[in-house]
Structures are given as C-alpha cells and as structure tokens.
Design a protein around this ligand. Sequence first.
Ligand code: BTN
Length: 260
Amino acid sequence: MIDKTQIIDQLNTKSFGHTVFSFDSIDSTNTFAKQLQSNDAPHGTLIIAEEQTAGRGRLQRNWVSPFGKNLLLSIILFPDFGMEKILLLPFAGSLAIADAIENVTGLSSTCKWPNDLLINGKKVCGMLLESSLGNSAQEKIVLGIGLNVNQEEFSEDLKSKASSLQLECGAVINRVTLLRNILEELEHRYEQLSHFPSQRLLNDWRMKALLFGKKITVLESEFSFTATAIDVNEDGSLIIETEDGLKRNIFAGDVSLAYS
Ligand code: BTN
C-alpha cells in the first residue's frame, strides 16, 4: 500500500495531499470521497487505493485496474469559484497530470476532450468529476483520476486503445514520486484557474490538444456522426462543425469521441 508518510514527506503544497485516506482495496475512491464529511476531509484531501472493486468511469462505464500497478485517486475540492470555472476543473486536471508525467518520465502527452490523456495515440489517463453537497451546502467537488502507470498488459479489446507510462517509456515508474508531482501540479493549476481568467488555462490546454481541425466521430448514446472539432468554449463544451456545415456545442456529460 502506498504509505501516507511517504507521500507527505517532501510534498511541496499548501493543502493538496495534506489529509490522506489510503486503502489496499475499496469500491471506488470517488464514492468514498463523496461520502466523507467535510470536517474530516478538507479542501485538497487525497483518497488513494491500490485496487477498486467498483471503479467508475465516465458515461456509466467501469474503470478496471490491476492491484498495485497504477494510480487510482480522488481529490476533494471546495472551490473558491463559481460553476463556470468548476466546469473547467477537468482541463486543469489534464494539464496538471500531463506536466507531472513529463517532469517524472520525460514523456509528452496530448489532451483529448474532455478529460483524457493520450500518449502515442493511446489513453493513459481518465478523469471523473463529480459533485455532492458539503456540510454547509458548499459545493463539494470530487476529481477522480485513473492513471495507468506500471500496468504491463491490457486485454485484447483494449490493447490498441490503452497504454501505460511503463509501456511507453520502457522503465518502471516510482508511483510515489509521480503522485507527489501530480499533487503539486494540481494545486498549481487549481490556483491558476482560481486567480486568473479562464482563457489562460484554456489556452494552455489548446496547446496540448491535437483535436482542432481534425475529423472526429461523436457518439451520442446509440447515435454517432462525424464532424470537425473547431474549439472549446469558456464553459468547457466543444465546438464542432457537422458535415452539413452546422456549428454545434457538445457537452462532456452526453458524448464520447473517437478520432476518425
Ligand atoms: C474515464 O476515463 O472514464 C474516467 C475514469 C476515472 C477513473 C478514476 S479511478 C479513481 C476514481 N475512482 C473511480 O471510481 N473512478 C475514478
């Protein structure tokens, strides 16, 4: 099990990762985080597990990860900003993790809207943002992160779409060093979002996104169509142009994307 004192030792943050709940096995770090009372779990609390028995992904999918290989974590946030910026937290999260990956492994990753990270075209990280009401009716946000770190094998159906940092750089990664870096970069991006206009964060995200001008397939429940990705709006929605020339905004809660 990743030891709390190992994480906190040398951690250079104001609040992120100062309170830690660490498990060998849990249903889902996000579910646990949502149930915690605010006074036990202040802003920046980290929940981490070696294994999840009911890990959840976006769009009601499962998130499966072998014991002790990857990073499965949730961070509790009590944002000091409104909903317009809360919607951009996955963008802050993607940038933070991309930076931490680069710091620790030298690998560069690209952001796939809304909140995946890809290396060499394969998914290495996904995020699940959820909210629940805190004690004082303050908005409580749980940012769940699943990062494939040292996983060596993927099932036949995932092989072409998913990878891990170890597979991409050919070396075993120290998960504690990476986690500390993630916490530091996350706090930095959270503060950027809090103190500066959203465009600053979105511009950084645009530079890491390979999507714009590309043909994409949009999957909306059972329905799918091709379009061109144009840009992201300030509310985090994606601007696309359909094949008949219509511009549309699509929202992360409704769709998933595939590159055509
Ligand atoms: C996705 O790409 O669909 C999002 C995956 C998010 C997975 C993480 S693992 C830690 C946290 N706990 C969960 O149950 N899910 C998130």
